[in-house]
Ligand binder design. Structure first.
Ligand SMILES: NC(=O)c1ccc[n+]([C@@H]2O[C@H](COP(=O)([O-])OP(=O)(O)OC[C@H]3O[C@@H](n4cnc5c(N)ncnc54)[C@H](OP(=O)(O)O)[C@@H]3O)[C@@H](O)[C@H]2O)c1
Length: 131
């Protein structure tokens, strides 16, 4: 069996090794017969993101852990650059500016991260859909 399988098929069943894009954390998983999806987790070293990466991995999926140094969600170019090579089946965003005091001190930044960021992810994710 080929070492590298067809990542465009969300139902393919045997993962040998997956290398995330040049910035992503590499996570490998071996298994026969397990259904698997390639899931990009943004904010992967945050409290929620790190738990999700572990949970997805434990459930047999390929978790591509993207940290703030890999992607800036308020920047459409950065989002596009990070996700287009990766071409995940699912994108989970946990990146946020959530401390109220910081949001009040820097409302423009809060808007960019909490509103424009998800918008940028939606735009790029829409363009990745290929079923
Ligand atoms: N933790 C919980 O129990 C919980 C429960 C329910 C809902 N939530 C929600 O889930 C979200 C995440 O919470 P959390 O507790 O996991 O927060 P967190 O620990 O602060 O994690 C947020 C992550 O997002 C990254 N990030 C921030 N701004 C970014 C940007 N512009 N581009 C890319 N990455 C960015 C941060 O990286 P840097 O630190 O390097 O900037 C950090 O790794 C929040 O909306 C929160 O309200 C959390």
């Amino acid at each position: 069996m080929d070492k590298f399988q067809d990542w465009d098929n969300p139902l393919y069943s045997n993962i040998e090794t997956f290398k995330a894009n040049r910035n992503g954390v590499e996570i490998s998983r071996h298994g026969e017969g397990a259904l698997s999806m390639k899931i990009a987790v943004i904010g992967a070293n945050g409290q929620l993101g790190s738990d999700l990466v572990a949970a997805f991995y434990e459930n047999g999926n390929v978790a591509c852990a993207l940290t703030h140094s890999d992607i800036e969600i308020s920047d459409l170019h950065s989002v596009s650059h990070a996700l287009e090579d990766l071409r995940p089946h699912v994108v989970v965003n946990t990146a946020a500016m959530h401390h109220i005091e910081n949001c009040e001190r820097e409302p423009e930044k809060a808007f960019a991260v909490n509103a424009l960021g998800p918008r940028n992810l939606a735009i790029v994710a829409r363009d990745l859909v290929r079923f």
